[in-house]
Ligand binder design. Structure first.
Ligand SMILES: *Cc1c(COP(=O)(O)O)cnc(C)c1O
Length: 483
């Protein structure tokens, strides 16, 4: 502040920098607007340093300003949404985007979205079509429903179902199912937003069909059954069998709606999944009138809500004005369609979530052992393999144990926190599990094709640590991008 202007004048002028080849190169890569902004910011940073520390012995050189402007530009043009390698062992990690898409879905999305598509165009008639028609056939064949429609997520699906079928009427829900799903989805709140009136029946741990029976009145429009997907009531607990609810709903002429959450299609007979997750075809076959589930949980497709059920009811839902606000876009339709076709083909294992889930502990062990051997060859890491468990996550099957093998790694004096932070800074970032005093890598959730990248990342990390000749703990916590 108190410095004479002369000291600031030693900073190269922007007008002069603009004539440089370096400036022109960056401008052609990043555009005029951001380039000038980056140079101004770089110059401003130098001014601040001079203001704080006083004039440097050497006046700042153009090259330094150009280099810091380039670093700013690269940082500002780095995607913030990035692919990561999920070594956490949580299959449907909501913070990591839940289900990865199958190759067929990715190709279909790319193909459909590169140009125009018939999302609402009837190719037979050459006239306006309806997006629902595109997936109705395949989704009905997978679920056993008469009609299906799609929304942009399952929360939207429930809101829409209630708004279309139960508005200003009463909906019975068991007190044991008034749950909150991750991300602030609360059944009572969704219900009040929909305009329906919630009537709680039964108790937290035990609700019988008689409780529902007693709750039915002339104002009752529906029973909503919610799969309490992310928690379990153990011990003295009871839920009415679905068939009893179907009988009651039919006898009293009310609609039975089931929010099934995960969208398990019953395609994983080898696992214990069916003991924890209701399957959509089973619910429809049992007589549930309307069933809804997420597209990106066990179904293994894109974010979306799938509504399956009786023709007349689904049509009322898809004609509701709110559908316009909840409808899914063409990317979702494309990914959902390709994923659904893999199930129709009987190739559930092409769907990554299903493949990862069905992978035997032995095959995970082989990959982990291989990685472990490679790390021993690299040296500097201490690594060992051991048994552990993967989890489904995404609010699915909380009690289900999926045995797996993991690699547990340590490096010199680096803390667990520091190793995890360094792995997150890899390209692509690697998300490990911190478990007590160990960093754990579960390969069940890592695509086989990424094993090499994982190994590379660990090798590079060891190399850079050896190069640093020690660990700068301050840089660990900074979280800043390494230019
Ligand atoms: C996950 C889940 C939801 C919310 O689904 P989104 O697709 O995330 O909107 C609703 N109900 C149940 C039972 C769930 O498990």
């Amino acid at each position: 502040m108190g410095l004479p202007m002369a000291d600031y004048r030693s900073i190269p002028a922007i007008s002069r920098l603009r004539d440089g080849a370096e400036y022109r190169r960056l401008e052609s890569e990043f555009g005029a607007r951001e380039t000038i902004r980056a140079f101004r910011d770089a110059v401003e940073a130098v001014r601040r340093v001079i203001g704080v520390r006083g004039p440097a012995d050497q006046p700042p050189r153009s090259e330094e300003i150009e280099a810091s402007a380039e670093a700013l530009l690269r940082e500002r043009f780095t995607y913030r949404l990035r692919r990561v390698i999920n070594a956490s062992g949580v299959l449907l990690h909501t913070n990591l985007g839940r289900a990865p898409l199958c190759e067929q879905a990715i190709e279909h999305v790319v193909d459909v979205c590169r140009g125009y598509c018939n999302i609402e165009y009837d190719l037979d008639e050459g006239d306006r079509g309806h997006r629902d028609r595109l997936l109705d056939d395949v989704l009905c064949s997978l679920t056993g429903a008469e009609r299906c429609t799609v929304t942009n997520n399952n929360a939207g699906a429930i809101l829409l179902i209630l708004a279309a079928l139960t508005v200003s009427k009463e909906v019975l829900v068991s007190r044991g199912e008034l749950v909150e799903i991750g991300g602030g989805f609360r059944v009572p709140e969704i219900m009040s937003q929909s305009g329906a009136t919630l009537v709680e029946v039964g108790t937290t741990n035990r609700t019988r069909v008689q409780d529902f029976e007693a709750g039915v009145s002339a104002r009752t429009a529906a029973i909503l059954r919610v799969h309490p997907s992310n928690f379990r009531v153990e011990g003295f607990a009871e839920r009415p069998p679905l068939t009893d609810l179907v009988r009651l709903a039919n006898a009293r002429n009310i609609i039975l709606i089931e929010d099934i959450g995960s969208g398990y299609l019953g395609t994983c007979p080898s696992s214990d999944l069916h003991r924890y997750e209701p399957s959509v075809p089973d619910s429809i076959a049992a007589g549930v009138h309307i069933c809804c589930f997420s597209g990106d949980k066990l179904f293994g497709g894109p974010q979306g809500g799938i509504i399956a059920g009786r023709r007349e009811l689904v049509e009322r839902i898809s004609r509701h004005p709110l559908m316009r606000a909840f409808r899914a876009d063409k990317l979702t339709y494309a990914a959902l369609e390709a994923t659904a076709l893999e199930y129709r083909r009987g190739c559930a294992v092409n769907v990554p979530v299903q493949r990862m889930l069905q992978q035997s502990p032995e095959s995970v062990r082989r990959r982990v052992a291989h990685l472990c051997a490679r790390l021993h060859a690299i040296g500097s890491w201490s690594a060992e393999i051991r048994q552990d468990v993967s989890t489904i996550g995404g609010g699915s099957a909380p009690g289900l144990i999926v045995p797996t093998w993991v690699l547990s790694v340590r490096h010199g004096s680096l803390s667990v926190h520091d190793v995890c932070a360094r792995l997150r800074r890899n390209t692509p970032p690697i998300i490990a599990r911190a478990s007590h005093d160990q960093v754990v890598l579960d390969l069940r959730t890592v695509a086989v094709a990424d094993d090499v990248q994982l190994e590379q990342a660990l090798a590079n990390l060891a190399l850079s640590l050896a190069h640093d000749g020690g660990v700068n703990l301050h840089s660990e916590r900074g979280g800043a991008h390494v230019a």
